[in-house]
Design a protein around this ligand. Structure first.
Ligand code: C2E
Ligand code: MG
Ligand code: MG
Length: 748
């Protein structure tokens, strides 16, 4: 077979030409002009050689029987494609959705009908993988006069250049060029598509949002190229730890997202979140510098927390926001309460702005006493805010908000000024320690602010100590060292606060000119248990500090046994509730004016871990009855409830903890209206120091019971709806319900 046979297939039926723009035009012209067969052939030959398009043909089994010589040259030298089935030569790809395969070519030709402009990729014979060439095929089936199928004849065009351009463009549209991860656009599309499909298939889907902590600091101090490199490394780590089947994307900046299909077990999700946090928090080496960042994680699960993509994204965002607000390096599951928390936070931010302006913030002072004789050495200044409506708000809550909303410089300057002014009124050479957050430390103005506070108050610089946390080392060492130097030049003292909670690199200690190390209260807690590593750690820190010529302070000493342990170690100072909480300036003055510099240790014999006593209303389901009870105590493995009279031991109850959380438990103890239950499946951490169930009642199931398909609403009515169904209870209740109050219980 030769070129003329192929061409006949077209030429014979020029009245209904196959759509091949260039060829079509030519064919029409060719047909119109009365030329000799010889001229025609010459024209076809030159058309074929022009490479505008090539000819191809197959036999009745759709094996390739002809391909223009120039087209054959596009295959590997040793490859003879003539005689091969089309499916071994070409792989189809869809035109709109690049890189996705459509119906295979064998399927297309099996229909024995015309097709046009089908994009195909040339297959590499050895690997059966697509090579780097893309063609467009147009074909027309050939039949003999008995309507027997003879094969195809058609035209092929090389579209590699334009197709690659299109590929590149679509990659830009779909993928993040920095990290290679899916971009926001693609993630949104994937989430929309997944959720739409899952709604029908009744599948679940977890959405995990990550936001890097302290990334901005690294970016600001080490520079953007280093920031970019760091993001690439984060992406690589994410890819190595993400669960199989997850789609990972970078939404922009330092925000990442994971879509994990078919995962709604909050125990497993919590484990994944913890692993993500741990892996991302390992140190990075970027452009010769060491950088440490962290991450906060927010998790929402469809269909429980949202049915539609926008709902789920909002839920995951709120969870992430809560995780960040909760002190960073944490994860949070979405819960309906978070909506309120987010509103509270916005409100706090607005009120805080006004409060600073109006001078509503106060500074209180907590004594730091000598371990050996409990004599006063100085005070730590702690900012206090008594909100007109909400009452006292902890600095642990509003300081991070101030940091995020650029109020920290103003707040910090206020505290510095006030603390220096107050300390100047104290007798002797008592010191005042002022907390400086890492954000403040990054502001070059800090030393000027300190200098002004000293000047205005007349306080001796050696009486002022600045407490700094390890997070200041996250940034560029050069800038950090320059700030240390300029502060030291002023003559103030520097303390490393919360030592042991961050990255605790001992190397920081030798690099920075600290006068003091404050051992975090988490180490004091538990140091009394023999065999607990905290004791050994405190001992090690104390000896290291003394070797470096630094003073040590133990924070958070509350109980007598803790005091005894700390006193036996080589620790210079103690600060804790055992001596005093932070008190206002007039109380400080009242004590000092009397010449009393001694503090008495007053506290419990032993530190008792606070039991999580919960008082909240829950639902209880037994058989097909729904009761209301008060939750008195909750642990991973059981609960104490109050509200049902004389429930026999061994009874199986279902507790409805709200928001679709049902727990099956067996009554192990029972007295009057109080029962102790043991859970069938233990609860898991909710990331916020609380507990939650692994699984929740699925909105799909509620929808099947007649409720509208929607995310789990707030409240405890789910079990009632699910258990009672549309028809309501059928039998009489087995237990008498008693009215439960916060205090005791009375039969109603
Ligand atoms: P911090 O600097 O580690 O301050 C010590 C915290 O431990 C204070 O909490 C103090 O009240 C508490 N504490 C002291 N002794 C005990 C004890 O025996 N038991 C227990 N459970 N706690 C004890 P506070 O005042 O709530 O402050 C929390 C954190 O807020 C501070 O931790 C500090 O990081 C930050 N902060 C407070 N005031 C300021 C400020 O003026 N500026 C900045 N930037 N941060 C501040
Ligand atoms: Mg402090
Ligand atoms: Mg501290």
């Amino acid at each position: 077979m030769g070129v003329r046979d192929v061409w006949k297939g077209f030429g014979a039926k020029a009245s209904e030409p196959v759509r091949v723009p260039d060829a079509e035009a030519i064919a029409t012209k060719v047909a119109a002009i009365k030329v000799s067969d010889r001229d025609r052939l010459q024209m076809l030959d030159s058309f074929e050689q022009s490479n505008i398009a090539w000819f191809w043909a197959t036999d009745a089994q759709n094996r390739l029987t002809y391909l223009s010589p120039a087209a054959l040259a596009q295959f590997a030298l040793e490859r003879d494609v003539i005689g091969e089935p089309l499916a071994k030569v070409f792989k189809t790809v869809s035109e709109e959705q690049v890189e996705t395969e459509t119906k295979p070519i064998s399927y297309i030709v099996s229909s024995r009908s015309s097709f046009s402009e089908q994009t195909v990729q040339l297959l590499d014979e050895k690997t059966a993988e697509g090579g780097g060439k893309w063609w467009q095929l147009t074909g027309r089936p050939q039949f003999d006069n008995k309507k027997e199928f003879l094969g195809y004849r058609g035209i092929a065009k090389d579209i590699t250049d334009s197709y690659e351009e299109q590929l590149q463009a679509s990659r830009l549209v779909e993928f993040d060029s920095l990290t290679g991860l899916a971009n926001r656009h693609r993630m949104k599309r994937r989430l929309d598509a997944s959720l739409n499909a899952y709604k029908i298939e009744k599948r679940s889907c977890a959405l995990i949002m990550l936001d890097l902590d302290r990334f901005k600091q690294v970016n600001d101090t080490l520079g953007h190229p280093a920031g970019d490199e760091l993001l690439r490394q984060v992406a690589a780590r994410l890819q190595s730890i993400a669960p199989g089947g997850a789609e990972i994307g970078r939404l922009g900046g330092d925000e990442f997202q994971l879509i994990v299909p078919d995962l709604d077990d909050r125990g497993k999700l919590g484990e994944i979140a913890n692993r993500l946090i741990q892996m991302i928090s390992q140190p990075y080496s970027v452009e010769g510098s060491r950088a440490i960042i962290g991450t906060s994680v927010g998790i929402a699960v469809a269909p429980y927390d949202g049915i539609e993509a926008h709902e789920l994204v909002k839920a995951a965002d709120l969870a992430l926001y809560a995780a960040k607000g909760g002190g960073r390096g944490q994860f949070r599951f979405y819960s309906n309460d978070l909506k309120e928390t987010a509103e509270d936070r916005r409100e706090i931010e607005e009120d805080l702005r006004d409060a600073i302006q109006a001078g509503e913030l106060e500074v209180h002072y907590q004594p730091q006493v000598q371990t050996k004789d409990h004599q006063l050495r100085g005070f730590e200044a702690l900012v206090r805010w008594n909100h007109p409506e909400h009452g006292a708000i902890s600095p642990g809550v509003f300081v991070p908000i101030a940091e995020d909303s650029n109020l920290i410089d103003e707040l910090g300057a206020m505290v510095l000024k006030q603390a220096c002014k107050d300390a100047a009124e104290w007798p002797g050479d008592l010191t005042v320690s002022v907390n400086v957050s890492a954000r403040q430390f990054l502001n070059e103005n800090l030393s000027k602010v300190v200098e002004r506070a000293l000047d205005e108050s007349g306080l001796n610089p050696s009486q002022l100590e600045l407490e700094i946390t390890e997070t200041v080392f996250m940034g560029d060492m050069g800038t950090t060292e320059a700030m240390f130097a300029s502060l030291k030049k002023l003559g103030v003292r520097l303390a490393l606060d919360d030592f042991g909670t961050g990255f605790s690199s001992m190397s920081y200690l030798s690099k920075a000119p600290f006068d003091k190390i404050k051992i975090d209260q988490s180490f004091v807690r538990g140091c009394t248990d023999t065999g607990h590593s905290n004791h050994a750690i405190i001992t090690a820190i104390a000896s290291l500090a003394s070797a470096l010529g630094m003073t040590t302070t133990a924070e958070g000493v509350e109980a007598m046994d803790e005091l005894a342990v700390i006193s036996a170690l080589d620790i210079d100072l103690i600060q804790g509730f055992i001596f005093s909480r932070a008190v206002p300036q007039d109380e400080v003055l009242a004590k000092l004016v009397g010449g009393d510099f001694h503090y008495e240790a007053v506290g419990p014999a032993k530190h008792r871990a606070k039991r999580r006593t919960v008082y909240r209303r829950i639902g209880v389901v037994h058989e097909d009855h729904h009761y209301v009870a008060m939750l008195r105590d909750l642990s991973r493995t059981g609960a104490k409830i109050e509200g049902l009279l004389e429930v026999p031991i061994g009874t199986e109850l279902v507790l409805d903890l709200g928001e679709g959380q049902l727990v099956v438990g067996k009554v192990r103890r029972s007295q009057d209206a109080t029962q102790g239950l043991e859970f069938e499946t233990p609860l898991v951490s909710d990331g916020a120091g609380g507990l939650c169930t692994r699984h929740r009642v699925s909105p799909y199931m509620l929808a099947a019971a007649g409720m509208p398909l929607q995310a789990l609403p707030k409240g405890h009515h789910l079990a009632a709806a699910a258990v009672n169904g549309a028809n309501g209870p059928t039998s009489r209740p087995r237990f008498m319900q008693v009215e439960v109050t916060m205090g005791s219980s009375r039969a109603s």
